[in-house]
Design a protein around this ligand. Structure first.
Ligand SMILES: Nc1nc2c(c(=O)[nH]1)N[C@H]1C(S)=C(S)[C@@H](COP(=O)(O)OP(=O)(O)OC[C@H]3O[C@@H](n4cnc5c(N)ncnc54)[C@H](O)[C@@H]3O)O[C@H]1N2
Ligand code: MOO
Ligand SMILES: [Mg+2]
Length: 420
């Protein structure tokens, strides 16, 4: 049975209840940026795997240098020199030092490093003797084995998105191959007789199809692979044919347009005629009220409003967590920040949650949101560029400047590939 008129939270929950992670693949770690780990990663060895010097200087026995002062340096015999990647068999005896560089393993017998600045031999690489000018604490300038990562420690959890830092961590523990979820393939189908491809000239009454490209970017940024279908007229047979052809290829389908109550709003009928069922229609929000969620051939179909900004907000709230859940992300929900509403948006009361375009900046240590005074209409696309967030003005509560509101930040990364 199709439900009508869900809250935003109910709608998100319903969508997430009908998506599941896609299959997993093994791939070289170097190619895994933007994928999600399908297994925990543990360290097979400690990091660092040896005690190492943190400074350029001399490995010493700290007991030898406790009395050192600049006036009465302690003199030590230099028994060799090691840089990072080198090692020595020499076991340090009382009265001895080894010239050592940052990253090199601490020789046996040494328990501290006197950095060059407290010695008189910095610029004398061949010196056979060094004067230590100050005492050194035990363990000084030494990074101990396992200090960063203990052997057996869980380095990364299943469900973590692999970003730059995660790639560095995987490399640090010597992981060359990872098991990840493949990126879900998300079909994009824009409908409407008015739509014209960007290569074509416009005739009167027609507009360029922009939603397809907006969604292509959003899907890539959110960890999916967009599969761009040819736009279709809002003829139910054409839409059904396009959906039927797409479903075997995609993990989920996003459509735009045709979800309101106009004579040519055929999406709900098309979902049915494609062998699916409509789970819900309409969410208590604006823009994006007529958002529709269906299941066709056991795959999720998200029907976005045709108005570009309405479709954008629908995508941000529903497509984003759906893709992340399909991509295996442990916490797929989009989490807004709390920011201070800086100015009164002066809204009519309509009994719906509003999502407003806003700039967000830090003023006097507070993140403050300034709703755009114009260009909030669902059909306006130009004001989607250059904003930092959509802020949410709840239907129920009266919100005034100074109150905290939710801000859905739009820091979209740019990444990915497009299915040709
Ligand atoms: N009598 C009522 N009319 C409308 C209502 C209502 O409650 N009662 N709701 C309005 C709201 S709110 C929205 S949002 C829209 C939703 O429309 P649809 O999702 O059915 O979308 P379409 O009718 O196909 O198109 C709406 C609008 O968007 C333009 N559009 C469509 N696709 C694209 C595209 N790919 N690229 C760029 N622009 C696109 C289309 O030309 C229309 O101008 O319904 C209201 N009506
Ligand atoms: O809600 Mo419509 O979603 O205003 O644009
Ligand atoms: Mg319509």
């Amino acid at each position: 049975m199709m439900r009508v008129g869900l809250t935003v939270e109910e709608a998100i929950r319903e969508v997430l209840a009908h998506v599941k992670p896609v299959s997993t693949i093994e791939m070289p770690m170097k190619d895994a940026f933007g994928y999600t780990l399908a297994e925990d990663v543990t360290a097979n060895a400690p990091v660092p795997s040896f005690d190492r010097s943190m400074m350029d200087g001399f490995a010493i026995r700290t007991a030898d240098v406790q009395t050192a002062t600049p006036e009465t340096p302690v003199r030590l015999q230099v028994r060799g020199r090691i840089g990072a990647g080198q090692a020595t068999d020499h076991v340090l005896q009382p009265g001895e030092a080894i010239r050592i560089m940052t990253g090199a393993p601490i020789p046996r017998g040494a328990d501290g490093v006197a950095r060059f600045e407290i010695t008189d031999a910095q610029n004398h690489p061949e010196a056979e003797e060094v004067g230590i000018l100050l005492p050194v604490r035990e363990g000084e300038s030494i990074s101990l084995t396992g200090e960063d990562i203990a052997v057996g420690a869980k380095v990364l959890k299943k469900g973590t998105v692999i970003g730059a830092v995660e790639m560095a961590l995987l490399a640090t523990v010597g992981v060359a191959k990872v098991t990840v979820y493949r990126k879900p393939i998300i079909g994009v189908l824009s409908s409407g007789r008015e739509l014209v491809g960007v290569e074509q000239p416009l005739s009167y009454g027609k507009i360029y199809n922009s939603n397809t490209y907006m969604l292509s970017g959003l899907i890539s940024a959110w960890g999916g692979v967009p599969y761009l279908l040819d736009q279709v007229d809002d003829e139910v047979d054409d839409v059904v044919e396009a959906i039927r052809n797409a479903m075997p290829v995609v993990d989920a389908l996003v459509t735009t347009g045709g979800v309101s109550i106009g004579d040519f709003d055929v999406m709900r009928a098309a979902y049915h005629l494609s062998g699916g069922w409509v789970n819900f229609w309409k969410v208590n929000m604006r823009p994006g009220t007529p958002f529709t969620f269906a299941v066709v051939q056991e795959k999720p179909v998200l029907g976005l409003s045709g108005n570009p900004a309405a479709g954008f907000v629908n995508a941000m709230l529903f497509v984003q967590p759906a893709i992340r859940a399909m991509a295996g992300v442990a916490q797929p929900e989009t989490r807004p920040l709390q920011v201070v509403l800086a100015e009164d948006p002066e809204l009519k009361v309509i009994g719906m949650d509003r999502f407003l375009r806003a700039t967000v900046r830090i003023d006097q240590g507070q993140a403050r949101a300034y709703p755009l005074p114009a260009g909030q209409s669902a059909g306006i696309i130009s004001t989607l560029s250059g904003i930092q967030a959509f802020i949410r003005i709840p239907a129920k509560a009266e919100v005034k400047p100074g109150d905290l509101v939710e801000a859905y930040m739009l820091d979209l990364p740019v990444a990915g590939e497009i299915v040709p």
